[in-house]
Design a protein around this ligand. Structure first.
Ligand SMILES: Nc1ncnc2c1ncn2[C@@H]1O[C@H](COP(=O)(O)OP(=O)(O)OP(=O)(O)O)[C@@H](O)[C@H]1O
Ligand SMILES: O=P(O)(O)OC[C@H]1O[C@H](OP(=O)(O)OP(=O)(O)O)[C@H](O)[C@@H]1O
Length: 223
């Protein structure tokens, strides 16, 4: 978008919280954000265009200039290592990356296997631990892998811990806390600094306010 910003939004879990944050920052986002299946939503009154992408693809769109800025989980940024700048921790959609497996089990001495949707994160983590592991990349239901003997450990997202618990698995190590971040394409950051600085300032204000421990919506007009 020439005279405005294109923002890549993650569909799914993060979307609602991200929309809520933008609205709290004063951006008037129409009802389409709550009920539509459209993948491009223009908000001309705000000079904004939104594209709705899979969470794992947001940083790819931003890196290649398909969007100026985007909202992506830290997990995605660690895994994808895209050429983008991280501008702001939005402090939404908290979860963490962890190593888990069956209780009271050692990793196989010879060629231990680790199943994950985050092969680079897992590889780097075990390398740092001095362990050489075989990474098995899966696209979901990662917890299945140790249950059916496909892997000794998994590296996956934990939020409530319910999926691990209900499948009889335990957490061995936390790897990294995860929240969603505002990212920017480096060229857009130079060319559209005024738009981007305003977006960052408005979001920063809401994030600080929320982190200040005030009750949500207690005094929303004061942003
Ligand atoms: N419990 C959780 N499980 C997975 N991701 C979570 C969780 N809580 C927060 N997140 C954040 O949400 C993002 C994933 O969102 P979502 O699950 O909607 O997408 P997805 O992994 O592509 O899912 P699917 O492939 O099932 O549609 C992650 O990148 C992470 O930052
Ligand atoms: O700690 P919890 O609150 O249980 O959340 C963690 C689970 O949620 C995610 O899976 P998701 O629901 O995205 O399904 P998936 O296995 O298809 O990725 C993640 O991969 C864990 O399996």
């Amino acid at each position: 978008m020439k005279n405005g910003l294109t923002i890549a939004m993650p569909k799914g879990r993060i979307f609602e919280e991200a929309v809520e944050l933008l609205r709290k920052a004063g951006y008037k986002l129409p009802q389409e954000f709550d009920e539509s299946r459209k993948l491009i939503i223009d908000v001309p009154e705000e000079n904004l265009r939104f594209i709705l992408a899979k969470p794992m693809d947001v940083a790819t769109y931003v890196e290649h200039g398909g969007a100026d800025v985007g909202i992506a989980g830290k997990d995605v940024l660690l895994e994808e290592e895209r050429d983008v700048y991280e501008l702001l921790d939005l402090n939404i959609s908290y979860c963490y990356l962890a190593v888990a497996g069956l209780p009271d089990t050692e990793m196989n001495d010879v060629a231990p296997r680790v199943a994950t949707k985050y092969p680079k994160v897992a590889e780097a983590y075990f390398r740092e631990q001095g362990e050489q592991v075989e990474i098995i990349t899966l696209n979901g239901s990662i917890e299945l892998a140790p249950l059916i003997g496909l892997a000794d450990r998994i590296v996956d997202i934990v939020s409530t811990g319910r999926t691990l618990k209900e499948n009889g698995l335990v957490e061995y190590e936390k790897i990294e806390d995860v929240t969603s971040r505002l990212i920017v394409n480096p060229v857009s950051y130079r060319m559209k600094d005024v738009f981007i600085d305003e977006l960052v300032a408005r979001l920063q204000e809401v994030v600080s306010y929320e982190m200040g421990g005030l009750l949500k919506n207690e005094n929303p007009t004061s942003y």
